[in-house]
Design a protein around this ligand. Structure first.
Ligand code: UD1
Ligand code: CA
Length: 472
């Protein structure tokens, strides 16, 4: 077995010191049952890869950097872990027990003492709650058991290991489905693959594991048998059924998504967000919403979206990495990597694309598209129009059907529209071009040259016909 580090280990800095609780996340498996080329732990769930859910859980339990065992597609998984954990490579991947051996080897190689407690969790159990893991840690600390495992009771066993108890009701073994007798197969008390171990015990016990005769893999679950054989205590902490959905297939992923979605919606509602129809409201894990926001049906708030107080979003809207201010209104629209400041509105059927910035009080109406452009404070763009690579000042009116012709087939060019400009309906602004402060364009103008301030231009190509203000 090889065990190598993929990044600089903070562990070596602690050499000689014994850390209290170390979390180990098992993420080296391929996830064959997903039937996908993407490694299982990189499949997204509510806007974050599975592995990010485990890292978040680990952080809730201890400040110490978690160790992530990677193997299958190790580089991609390590990239997703980033600074959030320290990766240890398990190669080849010979089972969950073997994965923990890789971590024990890694500790031995750095000369670090075993941690007092080691929490091991599979990276495919995203619904386990932080309170539950903390309870396992407390129970292990209190009881001194060799291990405390998380047990869940669920109607659907999803191929989980069955928890077998002796006549006295003590945990006696975990039997994997392939090894179950018909009687054991009927057991609905399942191993959730989250454990808190006595650290020094784990480091030596894991070396006693033998490969499972049927599968040839080292099963972490066989440590229960090792502990029972040594007369050490094994305790089970009962989790909630909702925590029992492990991700082995894409069907499991959808089940977990439904549970997590309900939890996220509920948290926002308890924080004062009015969600009219939770069943059709899809909010990612990292979205932030202030109180008194209203979310109307069939709305997706994705990625790092933030919504300010008293805004109304939806129905039928998709916001991804959007920053929405206070008292904004977004109706049947798509907002991606874009920003709307306080009291602005968009839609119905507007599309704010990356780099769009709608300033305070500005109005974006139906069939409007904005990309990499600023629409200044109080400006209005009411009807089917396009702004690309444009800077629009304050108090500007963009007429129906007006567009920036920002692309000449080779390059993109900027358009500048200064404050208080009136762009007539169906104006073509052929970039690069600047329309000076207070200027106007006539309906259907094709503007190919800069327009001085306070000037009216009309025609094709647009020519100045009148000064709008004496002296300018
Ligand atoms: C495992 C448990 C089972 C439990 C179930 C709950 C064992 C033998 N079985 O089964 O009792 O009910 O989880 O979810 O532990 N992994 C590695 N290296 C490996 C193999 C797996 O890091 O060599 C990782 C996987 O990436 C995964 C986790 O360990 O995150 C669990 O592996 P998986 O193959 O999904 O185990 P299960 O068959 O679900
Ligand atoms: Ca699994």
């Amino acid at each position: 077995m090889q065990s190598t580090r993929t990044d600089d280990p903070p562990l070596s800095e602690r050499t000689g010191a014994q850390s209290a609780t170390q979390v180990v996340i098992l993420a080296a498996g391929k996830g064959t049952r997903m039937k996908s080329s993407l490694p299982k732990v990189l499949h997204p769930l509510r806007g974050a890869p599975l592995i990010a859910h485990s890292l978040r859980l680990a952080r809730a339990v201890t400040d110490a950097l978690p160790i992530v065992v990677v193997g299958h597609d190790a580089q991609a998984v390590a990239a997703a872990v980033g600074q959030g954990g320290q990766c240890v490579v398990q190669s080849p991947q010979l089972g969950t027990g073997h994965a923990v051996m890789a971590v024990a080897d890694h500790f031995a190689a750095t000369g670090a003492l075993p941690p007092q407690r080691v929490v091991v969790m599979a990276a495919d159990m995203p619904l386990v709650r932080p309170e539950t893991v903390s309870a396992l840690v407390e129970e292990q600390t209190r009881s001194g058991a060799a291990l405390v495992l998380l047990s869940v009771t669920a109607d659907q066993p999803r191929g989980f290991g069955r928890i077998v108890r002796d006549a006295a009701g003590e945990v006696y073994a975990i039997v994997e489905e392939i090894d179950c007798t018909a009687e054991q197969r009927a057991i609905r008390e399942l191993n959730a693959s989250v454990y808190c171990f006595d650290g020094p015990w784990l480091w030596q016990a894991v070396r006693q594991l033998q490969p499972n005769p049927r599968k040839g893999e080292y099963f972490l679950t066989d440590l229960v048998t090792v502990a029972v054989r040594e007369g050490r205590r094994v305790k089970a902490w009962m989790g909630e059924a909702e925590e029992s959905i492990g991700i082995n297939t894409l069907a499991d992923l959808a089940d977990a998504d439904a549970v997590l979605r309900r939890r996220i919606n509920r948290t926002h509602m308890l924080n004062g967000v009015r969600i009219v129809d939770p069943a059709t409201t899809y909010i990612d894990l990292d979205v932030e919403i202030e109180a008194e926001v209203q979310i109307l049906p069939n709305t997706h708030l994705m990625g790092s979206t933030r919504v300010g107080a008293a805004s109304v979003i939806g129905p039928n809207s998709v916001l991804r990495d959007a920053i929405i201010g206070r008292r904004c209104r977004v109706r049947q629209s798509t907002v991606e990597e874009a920003r709307m400041d306080d009291d602005s509105d968009a839609g119905p059927y507007a599309h704010l694309r990356p780099g769009a910035h709608v300033c305070a009080g500005a109005h974006v109406g139906n069939y409007a598209e904005i990309k990499n452009s600023t629409l200044g404070a109080g400006s209005r763009m009411g009807h089917f129009s396009y702004l690309g690579d444009a800077t629009v000042g304050a108090n500007v009116n963009i007429g129906a059907g007006a567009i920036t012709c920002n692309y000449d087939g080779v390059n993109k060019h900027p358009t500048v529209i200064e404050d208080d400009v009136f762009i007539g309906s169906d104006t073509m602004l052929v970039a690069p071009v600047t329309v000076g402060k207070g200027a106007r364009t006539g309906a259907g103008a094709v503007v190919t040259r800069n327009v001085p301030p306070d000037t009216l231009v009309v025609g094709l190509p647009a020519r100045a016909i009148r000064k709008l203000k004496a002296g300018s």
